[in-house]
Structure formats: structure tokens, C-alpha cells
Design a protein around this ligand. Structure first.
Ligand code: SF4
Length: 173
């Protein structure tokens, strides 16, 4: 079988029986996976694609504003008009049959909170906050029912508090 592209993403157990949570990887397993991917990247004859917020840390891309796109770069609209912050975050923030999309985007309390990384109490002092954005909000919701807590699969043992060069949280509003 010829492979031209391998896209890697994490399993998010939303909308399923809680028992499926057991099938999600532990943080250490996510780290191992990303370590393997970084070791094979560039040594395989297919394109390797991973848009995971935590992958950006592994790739040492701390100089860019990236991480979870929710609240910043995406919205999803279902066929019945329901607006979700992300296809992997099943919490309606409006409906296009009643709401203007621009109003949902700008004024939904949840959308505003999701794009404000200062609301991420466990992550806002982390050196990587502008890179990973606190990890995947879908994973935080799916595994821990928490929207503004640290990604449960974050594999850093401790939060590297800002030292020396002050890193300000980039805010898009
Ligand atoms: S502690 Fe938070 S901001 Fe830091 S790497 Fe982990 S998920 Fe990202």
C-alpha cells in the first residue's frame, strides 16, 4: 500500500459512553507518540501531518502564535444551523436560524472566554502558552469535562513559569 500522507490526531471521547475515556492515551503515551513522530519525520517517504497543539511544543515552535484554534480561527456550523466552537467541542454557542454569525463570533461569552488565554488558570504562566494555547479544548472537555483547564494529556511535568524574558500572552479579541 502506497502512503502519500499520514495525518495524526488525538482520540477525543465526546458524545460517547464514559467508558470510552479509558481508551484515550495517557499524557506519557502522547509524549512517546510525538517523540516517535519527530524521530521519523523527514526520514519517511510520505508527508507527516499533525496539527495538534502539543505537537507544536515538541517541534520547538515557541516563536509562533499557534495552539488550539478554538475561539481564534474556527467555527463549525451543523446542517440544522447549530453553531459549535469546534467540531470536537459539542457545546452550541448559537444557531444561524436565529443568530447572526458575526454576533456569535464576537459576543458569545463562551467564544470570548475560549479565545482569552488568560482565562486558562493552570496554563497562563506557562512558557508555552502562546504556542499550545493550553492544549486542545476538546480533549479537556472530553476527558475532564473542563473547558478552561489544562489539557489532561499535556506531557510537561511542571509548568515552566516565565523567567528572564517576559512572555506576554498574545491576546486576540
Ligand atoms: S501547561 Fe498548559 S500551556 Fe503549558 S504546555 Fe501544558 S497545556 Fe500547554
Amino acid at each position: 500500500m502506497d502512503i502519500t500522507r499520514l495525518a495524526v490526531g488525538r482520540f477525543i471521547p465526546f458524545g460517547l459512553d464514559e467508558g470510552f475515556r479509558d481508551q484515550a492515551l495517557e499524557a506519557s503515551e502522547v509524549e512517546s507518540l510525538f517523540t516517535i513522530l519527530s524521530e521519523i519525520e523527514g526520514h519517511v517517504d510520505f508527508e507527516l501531518s499533525c496539527k495538534d497543539p502539543l505537537w507544536a511544543i515538541r517541534k520547538d515552535r515557541d516563536h509562533v502564535y499557534s495552539g488550539c484554534s478554538v475561539g481564534n480561527f474556527l467555527l463549525d456550523v451543523l446542517v440544522d444551523g447549530t453553531v459549535l466552537p469546534c467540531r470536537r467541542l459539542p457545546i452550541p454557542v448559537g444557531n444561524m436560524n436565529q443568530d447572526r454569525l458575526v454576533d456569535v463570533w464576537l459576543f458569545s461569552p463562551l467564544m470570548r472566554s475560549l479565545r482569552n488565554r488568560e482565562d486558562l488558570e493552570e496554563c497562563r504562566a506557562c512558557l508555552h502558552i502562546n504556542t499550545c494555547g493550553g492544549g486542545c479544548r476538546g480533549v479537556a472537555w472530553g476527558l475532564a469535562n473542563e473547558l478552561l483547564k489544562r489539557d489532561p494529556q499535556c506531557f510537561l511535568d511542571s509548568k515552566p513559569i516565565k523567567t528572564g524574558l517576559d512572555r506576554r500572552i498574545v491576546k486576540i479579541s
